[in-house]
Design a protein around this ligand. Structure first.
Ligand code: ATP
Ligand code: ZN
Length: 292
């Protein structure tokens, strides 16, 4: 095995243990970066690239990347924005999707942003929450808590909260209702603004291209079907294909097999239309990766 010099390895910050950890490690695995026994250590070497992962709390990731301790980081847009970190967002990754929302006790007297005036709002996101109320010209008392924000109204520490929501289940379980979404978030890949060597830049480019292919593949399906030769022009119209479909003659006279790739979001519509156009034996397969 190659020996890796930690001063030249591309260092990537990943949440040590939390909602983003498994999805990020799965993504890295999906783009072909192999790691050995990552649970054992905080700094783990990649086995097949000059890369190492630093596993830390998500709150620390923007700062580590800003300072250049790490070159890249996988972290929620909410954390980057709360930190007001001076970093470059390379791309959104489509997981860890959530929103920062204002929530209030059900059947209370806060029904619109102006009703918050003079109220106490508990949050772990004071910067984003303050920015929102400033933009509304509403004066509130922000109480910063590090966790379990949703019980603050019941404990009478606050009148309302500003917290991350994905399904809304936690709010409901605590007798709260969501009033205003103040920030939409997803996991982002961020890059340091500190100067990088050409080698690191090249590696980042490669990682980005692989993520692009991985994401495209996750959002696409390979479909195969049989159809009468005369249906081919109609089928070509239906399929919003990336490239023209592959059409192969079958042993059955006048029948062809058609193979192509479609966006997953169009699958059901496309399948119904294909059946109407005469296609049979339609099979859909997941794609592991795509170079486009
Ligand atoms: P750490 O110990 O690393 O500080 P944490 O408790 O702050 O962990 P998690 O609860 O694991 O963090 O959340 C990490 C990120 O997951 C959030 O910053 C956010 O971007 C995203 N996320 C997605 N859905 C939710 C949700 N429903 N609640 C909280 N965070 C969510
Ligand atoms: Zn955290």
């Amino acid at each position: 095995m190659r020996t890796l010099d930690s001063t030249t390895s591309l260092r990537i910050a990943v949440q040590k243990s939390g909602r983003l950890t498994d999805k990020t490690l799965n993504l890295l695995d999906g783009i072909g970066l192999k790691f050995d026994d990552y649970k054992r250590s905080l700094l783990i070497k990649c086995l097949n690239f000059d890369v190492e992962l630093l596993l830390i709390r998500d709150d620390d990731i923007p700062e580590y990347v800003e300072d250049g301790v790490c070159d890249l980081g996988f972290v929620g847009a909410n954390t980057v924005a709360e930190d007001e970190a001076d970093v470059t967002v390379l791309r959104g990754l489509g997981y860890g999707v959530c929103r920062l929302s204002l929530a209030v006790p059900k059947n209370g007297n806060i029904n619109k942003p102006a009703d918050f005036a003079g109220k106490k709002v508990a949050t772990s996101y004071p910067v984003l929450t303050r920015k929102y109320f400033e933009s509304q010209g509403v004066d509130v008392d922000i109480i910063t808590l590090s966790g379990s924000v949703e019980i603050a109204p019941r404990l009478e520490i606050a009148d309302a909260i500003s917290d991350l929501v994905s399904t809304g289940g936690t709010l409901k379980a605590n007798g709260l209702e969501e009033l205003v979404n103040i920030f939409d978030s997803e996991t982002q890949l961020i890059q340091t603004n500190k100067p990088l060597s050409d080698g690191k830049k090249h590696l980042i480019e490669k990682i980005l291209q692989r993520i692009e292919g991985y994401k495209k593949a996750a959002e696409s399906r390979y479909i195969m079907m049989n159809a009468p030769q005369e249906s081919v022009p109609k089928i070509k119209e239906i399929i919003p294909s990336l490239k023209s479909p592959t059409v192969m003659p079958l042993a059955d006279n006048g029948m062809v097999a058609i193979h192509t790739v479609i966006p997953l979001s169009t699958f059901w519509d496309v399948m119904e239309q294909l059946k109407e156009a005469g296609a049979t034996g339609i099979v859909m397969l997941p794609i592991e990766s795509m170079i486009v």
